[in-house]
Design a protein around this ligand. Sequence first.
Ligand code: PSU
Ligand code: MN
Length: 306
Amino acid sequence: MLNDYLQIKPDVADALKRGQPVLALESTIISHGMPYPQNVETARKVESIARQNGAIPATLAILGGKLKVGLNDDEIDFLGSGEGILKASSRDLPYLVANKLNGASTVAASVRIAAMAGINVLATGGIGGVHRGADKTFDISADLQEIGRNNVAVVCAGAKSILDIGLTLEYLETLGVPVAGYQTDQFPAFFTRKSGFEVPLNVGSVVELGHILKTKWQMGMTGGMVLANPIPKEHELPPEMAKSATFQALAELEQLGICGKAATPFLLSRIESITKGESLRCNIELVGNNVKLGALLAVEMSRSHS
Ligand code: PSU
Ligand code: MN
């Protein structure tokens, strides 16, 4: 039944069948997170980073109503430059599939699709979280729920400072999601290495990460894990620049009354203009850094499973 909906690229299907490492990648970052052509270039580059580090990349999206697990170059091009591609959260999947439409999957939808395909590690830039002002707007990304629900570990550079990072960490605790910093005591803030919030676990190696995950699932504890991987120091946005650009973009968001799905793409693109492209450069670097760690973890997980 599931196979009627899933369309798995042959190299990914083959790797899954053989128990070889596969790394899932989301696609909202391509269609709604970065401008063209950097989005398409980055999507291709990170696929090659995954391969260089031993994992087969599976970029996820919904095309013509199929849940695609692994995309070819034309499909990545289409996601980066095409029209009418919905930013798809998990709740949008039934509508898109039923009507044979196209969507770029957020972390929430991607984690769902990865779980359906049997992939247990996903890399992204930053996860969605509890938005600032959520006490009034109730804007809490479905990413958190889906990470809580599906057996997929998500490697990210923390959560953007456009979010309320303290509340995001609280919410992950409520959902029972382990949060580990990779070689850091601080939960990173996407463009910068430090958010001012401590991370519950500081994990020093990929082997240790794999051991914790394997133990979680062997105990029958369902759900994923958040692995927070700080952007390398040399690529970090100067913290003052990150802070002022974020506050300016947030003020404009409020003034314009932008909310819901549109909020994250608006903030990202405003921060890019305010920082004159510096934030985009950081974004590209941190995604590559996460994909590398994700691939190494996928390799470790496939070892642990054999
Ligand atoms: N972080 C980024 N770029 C992005 C996103 C997050 O740096 O494009 C996307 C991810 O796909 C994430 C989504 O799942 O934004 C969260 O959107 P929302 O806040 O509407 O749940
Ligand atoms: Mn939201």
